[in-house]
Design a protein around this ligand. Sequence first.
Ligand SMILES: C[S@@+](CC[C@H](N)C(=O)[O-])C[C@H]1O[C@@H](n2cnc3c(N)ncnc32)[C@H](O)[C@@H]1O
Length: 170
Amino acid sequence: MNSHPGGAAHTRRMLELSGLRPGARILDLGAGAGESVELLRDLGYGADGLDLAPRSPLVEQGDLLRTGYPDGSFDAVLSQCAFFVSGDMPGALRESCRLLRTGGLLLWSDVFFSPPEPLLTAAGFVLLAAEDMTPQWKEYYIDALWRGDALCCDLPRGKCSYWLLIGKKV
Ligand SMILES: C[S@@+](CC[C@H](N)C(=O)[O-])C[C@H]1O[C@@H](n2cnc3c(N)ncnc32)[C@H](O)[C@@H]1O
């Protein structure tokens, strides 16, 4: 089961907004159980996944903050609900930027306690598209609490939001 709000429709929406064409090389950071990697491969993308604790043979074990791939290896980095959990969003964005070729795309959705755009620009991206998914996130999170598998980390105080973002490496 996807561990982000919106499931496969959310991934398809990211692809639609990005304009990425089949054949593009995409790395899913924090790929979890590999659903998005599987979907991307089914749609004709060259997709790989990395996670600290992989839950599928489609996903390799590794730290998204220090992936070990050479600079500029990918056309796109996708990450859903993982940079926040890693505890180092700026570090995750810096590593994503390093992994992308110039003009490469970041397809990112996550939990935010501050506006997302400054984080993106500080890491070397320009924001191409943003969609507020906070209502879906609230629904998803309440459901996850009910199932007993909600995010269990120290959450900062303040207004929480969930955004789908497309950034371009400049
Ligand atoms: C909420 S789950 C999202 C999983 C998947 N992206 C999805 O949407 O179904 C967060 C994932 O991030 C992974 N993760 C957290 N910190 C990480 C790190 N430093 N490196 C790699 N993966 C990490 C966790 O193991 C977990 O699978």
